[in-house]
Structures are given as structure tokens and as C-alpha cells.
Design a protein around this ligand. Structure first.
Ligand SMILES: [Zn+2]
Length: 251
């Protein structure tokens, strides 16, 4: 039986039997971990409020070989985000993040970059909940990239030449980025502004991305949201479980 101590973000939890919960966490050391927190539904329990979604914890858990469920031994709150739960849009956004992390990351696969990216997005939402949509776009681009599904943003998917905003960027049917020559009059045009925001996610933290993207028109926000939605739908082969309202107000 292996004991692990690690930082962890609670993504979701559900009830198990009368007194227990199963907690799904993204951990820094071991990726996605599902653990039983025994007795956590009793009024007096050693976990207190630690198992609420999107709480950053230090946890200790046991993992038996060949068993999917670990056993949570201790959980200590490092940072809680209860204040965010008042806003229903933020709550939906957080559930969406949790859902995609669970969908995209295989269990027990260490991915420190993913852990840092999700934590950074959470901090950014805590700082500017009013910019939730921009932070969700940032999260979507990065989860695609970290799991290997983001098409090359800088090079044409066909001829491999560098793409430039000035030259025009088009989307192939497979949602790759094409130069104007390779698109040969076909393909959907990606606006310059949307393309430059996509590229900006690659070099900025979520906070700076939000700062630089403030005032982005609803049309461009909608364009980005729709593109990300399609890319994610392509990978999952279905619509995400948690449905977000688009910036244009469309669902
Ligand atoms: Zn090309």
C-alpha cells in the first residue's frame, strides 16, 4: 500500500453509502485521483469543509495496487474559493472546468503543467470573476494543448509555412489553421483579432491574458467561444456535459 502526500484540487465529489464521499481530485504528483473520504458526510468529521469543489488542499491518501479508488486519510485546506459559489455563472464555469479536466486527463498520470494551469485559471477567476468567459477560453486552449489536441497555431497545417495575421488565416474542415494559398478559396475565415487572442494565450498567464483582452467585442468573444467549443466537441466526440452560455447569450 502506497501513501502519497500531495497538493490537490477537488474537482467534484459525490456521495457514497450513508456516511462517505468519493472525491475526484487533480493532484500535483499523481494527476487525477479518485478517493473515498470515509465518514466525510457525518456532521463531525476530520475533513470539515475541505472537500468542497475547487478547494486547494494538501492531501494524504493510500492507494492499493490494482485498485482504482484510493483512500483519503487527511485533507488540509490551502486555499478555499467558497466566495465564488455565490455567482451561478461562475459555478457553471467551474463545473465545466472540472468536467473537462476529468474527461481529458487519464487517471494517475502526473501532469504538473496541467495542475499549474488549472490552479492559475482558478486564481484568475477568483481575482476577476467578471472576466470568466475570457478565462474559460484560456483554459480551453490550454487543456487542448496540454493533452496534445491543439493544432499548430503558428504554422499552416498543409504547407507548414509560418502563418501571419496579415496573410489571413483560414480553418480547415478538421479545424486546423491554413494559409490563404492552401485554403484555395475554401475554409472559414478566422478573424485577425480572434487569431491574435489565440496566440496570446500561448505566451501570457491567464491574468495578463485577461488584462490584454479586456474590451474584446462580443462578436470576437463569440467567435472564439464557438471555435473552442467545436474543437473540444471534436475531441470528446460529443458536446461537453456542462453547457456554457456563449458570450453572445446563445447556448
Ligand atoms: Zn499553407
Amino acid at each position: 500500500m502506497a501513501i502519497t502526500e500531495t497538493e490537490a484540487l477537488v474537482l467534484r465529489s459525490y456521495n457514497l453509502a450513508e456516511a462517505d464521499k468519493i472525491v475526484v481530485c487533480l493532484t500535483r504528483n499523481s494527476g487525477l485521483v479518485r478517493a473515498v473520504a470515509k465518514g466525510s458526510r457525518r456532521i463531525k468529521n476530520r475533513f470539515g469543509a475541505a472537500l468542497e469543489p475547487f478547494t486547494l488542499l494538501n492531501i494524504t491518501y493510500y492507494q492499493k495496487e490494482n485498485q482504482e479508488l484510493a483512500s483519503m486519510r487527511q485533507a488540509e485546506i490551502v486555499r478555499s474559493h467558497f466566495n465564488l459559489f455565490r455567482d451561478p455563472d461562475v459555478l457553471t464555469g467551474l463545473a465545466y472546468i472540472g468536467d473537462l479536466v476529468v474527461e481529458f486527463s487519464p487517471p494517475h498520470q502526473t501532469n504538473d503543467k496541467l495542475f499549474r494551469m488549472v490552479s492559475a485559471c482558478l486564481e484568475a477567476i477568483a481575482e476577476c470573476p467578471e472576466e470568466l468567459q475570457l478565462i474559460l477560453r484560456y483554459f480551453e486552449v490550454w487543456i487542448l494543448r496540454l493533452e496534445g489536441f491543439l493544432p499548430d497555431l503558428r504554422r499552416c497545417a498543409d504547407c507548414n509555412h509560418s502563418l501571419t495575421e496579415e496573410g489571413g488565416i483560414l480553418l480547415s474542415r478538421e479545424l486546423g489553421f491554413l494559409c490563404r494559398q492552401c485554403a484555395q478559396g475554401k475554409g472559414e475565415v478566422l478573424s485577425r483579432r480572434a487569431y491574435s487572442r489565440l496566440c496570446a494565450t500561448q505566451v501570457l498567464s491567464p491574468q495578463f491574458f485577461v488584462q490584454e483582452s479586456r474590451g474584446l467585442s462580443t462578436a470576437i468573444q463569440g467567435e472564439l467561444a464557438e471555435l473552442m467549443h467545436r474543437m473540444i466537441g471534436r475531441v470528446l466526440e460529443r458536446r461537453p456535459r456542462v453547457q456554457l452560455a456563449f458570450p453572445s447569450g446563445r447556448v
